[in-house]
Every structure is written in C-alpha cells, then in structure tokens.
Design a protein around this ligand. Structure first.
Ligand SMILES: Nc1nc2c(ncn2[C@@H]2O[C@H](COP(=O)(O)OP(=O)(O)OP(=O)(O)O)[C@@H](O)[C@H]2O)c(=O)[nH]1
Ligand SMILES: [Mg+2]
Length: 201
C-alpha cells in the first residue's frame, strides 16, 4: 500500500487536549534521539514533516498527522501517525521526567484509537534498562486489537556482523536506517497489513 498524503494536524500537551479519537493510530515510541521523528519522515517520504534534531529532547509535544494510504485499486484508507516525545532525556529535572513519564503513560493507556505501537530501539544500544521497561509496560497494557512492532534504528551505524547477530536474536523485529532508507518499506507493509487487513494489496 502506498502512503499518498501526510498532513500535520495538531501538537497536544497531554491526552486531554489531543484531537478526537476518530482514526486508527500508529504511535512512535522510544528513547530520546532514537530516530522517531526521522522514521515518521521516512515513512511519509517528507523531509521535515516531523521535526528531527541532533539534540536529544527535540519533540516535546504529542504531534498528530493524518495519513492517507492507497491500495492498487486506488481506494483510500486513513489513519494517523503520532510522533511522541522521547523518554530518558538526561538534561531535564527529575520532576520534569516524572511528570512527562506520567503524561506519556496516561496517553498510551487512555488513547483507545491506538492500534500500532512502533517501539524504537537504537541498534547500537540494544540492551538498555529503560527499553526493557517499556517493552514490559507495553506487554502489560496491550489490548487484543493492538500490536507492538519492535524496530531497531540507525542500522547504518552497525558493522555487518553485529547487525547479523542482532537480527538473529530478534527475528520478528524490523531493522531500519533513515539515512540510508533501509527497511522502511518493510515497516510500511507491517503497519498497513495490520491496519487494513483485507485491503492492503
Ligand atoms: N545515522 C543515522 N542517524 C539517524 C537515523 N535516524 C535518525 N538519525 C539522526 O538521529 C538524530 C535524532 O533523530 P530524531 O528523529 O530527531 O530522534 P527522535 O527520536 O525524534 O528524538 P526526540 O524527539 O528528541 O525524542 C538526528 O540527528 C537524526 O538525523 C538513522 O537511521 N541513521
Ligand atoms: Mg522527535
């Protein structure tokens, strides 16, 4: 399925000022700087739709984008992408961290329209406690109509042998590079096959 249009809708501070729950949502979750906003840009083939930055902590609000997909018959299918702020950003105070973590938890638990969690992990640092905690958290709250896609980012920075080992260890995961445009179509397929079950030809 081809992504034909992506439109920025709104930046929300919390669950409370988020847009109405109309469309199925794909949320991008992961530590600060892992490449969430860049991945959203790769999937939409738009360079600056979501703001990315070398400086961790770039995305501070919950950003909603309406997405249009088309199948081979040119039928349209809608969903939303949600670019979340990263967690684990070192340069904020403890209380800010606590506050944001509550905010994020609240959002993913209450937002009933979430169908897909894309959980991003930096492929160079694949064994970080915070990432394991998120994995555990998601497996606890995940509802039957939701999936978690585990996605390793920045694979262009890995040596071939390291990447092979990582793939061996995580056979259901997706491996992407935004800079080299690797794995983006595979991720796109996983998302659309789940969201639009019988129509995704
Ligand atoms: N080499 C390489 N760099 C990448 C890749 N994806 C993202 N980056 C870089 O990593 C940095 C962070 O990317 P972002 O997309 O802003 O990360 P984020 O997860 O949205 O970060 P926050 O909004 O701070 O949580 C930027 O400098 C990107 O250019 C990738 O696949 N390979
Ligand atoms: Mg971001």
């Amino acid at each position: 399925m081809n992504l034909t249009q992506a439109v920025f809708i709104k930046s929300a501070q919390t669950y409370l000022d988020s847009p109405p729950m109309n469309l199925s949502e794909v949320v991008f979750m992961g530590r600060s700087n892992v490449g969430k906003s860049s991945l959203l840009n790769s999937l939409t083939k738009r360079k600056n739709l979501a703001k990315s930055s070398q400086t961790p902590g770039k995305t501070k609000l919950i950003n909603f984008f309406d997405i249009n997909y088309q199948n081979k018959l040119k039928e349209n299918f809608l969903c939303s992408f949600v670019d979340l702020p990263g967690f684990g950003y070192a340069k904020v105070s403890k209380s800010q961290k606590q506050n944001w973590s509550e905010n994020l938890t609240n959002f993913v638990e209450k937002r009933q329209t979430i169908r897909v969690f894309v959980r991003l992990i930096d492929s160079r640092h694949d064994d970080i406690i915070l990432d394991h905690q998120v994995e555990q958290f998601l497996s606890n709250i995940k509802k039957p109509d939701q999936i978690v896609i585990c996605c390793y980012t920045k694979i262009d920075k890995l040596k071939k042998t390291h990447l092979q080992k990582l793939k061996q260890k995580n056979q259901n995961a997706t491996f992407v590079s935004n800079t080299k445009n690797i794995g983006i179509d595979i991720l796109n397929d996983k998302i659309t096959k789940f969201l639009f079950v019988d129509s995704s030809q």
